[in-house]
Design a protein around this ligand. Structure first.
Ligand SMILES: C[C@H](O)[C@@H](O)CC(=O)C(=O)O
Ligand code: MG
Length: 432
């Protein structure tokens, strides 16, 4: 019996993280981590549902909710089998409507909304197969995987044939890498001590705890006052020592020249990378900064809204680390295209996870990347932030600074019903 998606529900869920300045940075000074939360309801006797979310930081989440409603007709009334039978064509259709496309294309609120729905479809598919998403992907043949993708506008950088060749080349060691991940987990880094709004005392305490928990890589927010950035970097170095890696994230606040000047000063603290030093759309600006501050690496991607932009970042040699975001791109289909492009260009993928649910999502992406696409852990670390995991049915499991692969079927993104009730904006008790 085919499974029909009977209706879609979408809710505005917000967590008041701004009260404790969790997630704060130089640009986003007081975020309320929020989710546009989608459920695809079906007629399956087992009450099978697909869950997906897109991440925002508070105000405007209601705009994403409206955008999801505008896209609902692309899934409602369709069967899972019809969609999963050609999920590449499904993605092409949901991003290609000639009227809705005018609102993007492939960017902004429409694309965020697309991600929530597309990821919910993957969640539904993975649940119906009884596998977590990383395993659903890892079990596909190269041919099946490539059929899931839409190469539109990137064939000058990556053709389907090249994608197939990458996947075929790495098919042989897949089982061994999967076993390695199950035993040892995927290496991570923590941003939890580095939020800009945290006091010195809190930063020190969290950094110390991070070292004790086994983290080897720490990220610090910069981009406030440069003297203050230097002072906080010195504190972090005091706490984590010089053998562990320190990364820095300016969240877009600097001019290109300013980024170069400031990073030359912050170089004293040996940052491994600088993330989002300037406007995320400024591809050539990133290339210039990268060239001028080497050997500090250039990282960006959490605001890189589509595969075309990643293509250009790679072609322009503008990045050393590719930080795909599971819900900034138009869902998993587009993420997979970016993984393959990054593999072709030899750039490591270190997904962005600073947000609610993003750690849960991206562990699936990083695991699949290692098992089937890049086959390498060199210069690869997956972000971890220590917030809001208790709201998920299948929260991430971290052991000694490494992500242990999720086992529960789906995209690891389903929230507890009680959470949805409590934090629904504006009428949930948390907001009353
Ligand atoms: C607003 C978010 O917390 C942002 O600061 C996350 C981020 O830049 C990161 O995790 O990287
Ligand atoms: Mg960042």
């Amino acid at each position: 019996m085919p499974t029909t998606i009977t209706h879609l529900s979408v809710r505005d869920i917000r967590f008041p993280t701004s009260r404790s300045l969790d997630g704060s940075d130089a640009m986003n000074t007081a975020p309320d981590y929020s989710a546009t939360y989608v459920v695809l309801h079906t007629d399956a006797p087992s009450a099978l549902e697909g869950h997906g979310l897109t991440f925002t930081i508070g105000r405007g989440n209601e705009v994403c909710v409206a955008a999801v409603n505008s896209l609902a007709s692309f899934v409602v009334g369709r069967t899972l089998e019809e969609i999963s039978g050609d999920i590449g064509a499904f993605w092409h259709s949901i991003t290609g409507d000639s009227q809705l496309r005018w609102l993007g294309p492939d960017k902004g609120v429409m694309h965020l909304a697309t991600a929530a729905i597309v990821n919910a479809v993957w969640d539904l598919w993975a649940k119906s197969e009884g596998k977590p998403v990383w395993k659903l992907l890892a079990d596909m043949s190269p041919e099946e995987l490539v059929r899931c993708l839409d190469f539109r506008f990137v064939t000058d950088a990556l053709t389907p044939e090249e994608a197939l060749a990458i996947l075929r080349r790495n098919a042989r060691g897949k089982a061994a890498r999967e076993q390695e991940m199950l035993e040892q987990g995927y290496p991570g880094y923590t941003t939890s001590a580095g939020w800009l709004g945290y006091s010195e005392e809190k930063m020190r305490r969290l950094a110390r705890e991070g070292v004790a928990e086994g983290w080897t890589h720490f990220k610090q927010k910069v981009g406030g006052n440069i003297e203050e950035d230097m002072r906080r970097a010195a504190i972090l170095r005091e706490e984590i020592g010089w053998d562990r890696k320190l990364m820095m994230d300016a969240n877009q606040v600097w001019e290109v020249d300013e980024a170069i000047v400031n990073m030359r000063r912050l170089a004293a603290f040996e940052p491994w990378w600088i993330e989002e030093p300037t406007n995320p759309d400024d591809i050539l600006g990133h290339a210039t900064i990268r060239e001028r501050i080497a050997p500090i690496g250039m990282a960006t991607g959490e605001h890189c809204h589509n595969r075309v932009m990643f293509k250009q970042l790679l072609q322009a040699k503008a990045i050393d680390f590719c930080q795909v975001d599971a819900a900034r791109l138009g869902g998993l289909n587009e993420v997979l295209v970016v993984l393959l492009m990054a593999a072709k260009f030899g750039v490591p993928v270190c997904p962005h996870a600073g947000g609610v649910g993003l750690c849960e999502y991206v562990q699936n992406i990083a695991l699949f990347d290692y098992i089937a696409v890049s086959a390498s852990l060199e210069n690869r670390v997956l972000e971890y932030v220590d917030h809001l995991h208790e709201h998920f049915l299948d929260p991430v499991v971290i052991r000694k600074g490494r992500y242990m692969p999720p086992q529960r079927p789906g995209y690891s993104i389903e929230m507890h019903a009680a959470t949805l009730k409590e934090f629904e904006f504006p009428n949930g008790p948390a907001w009353a």
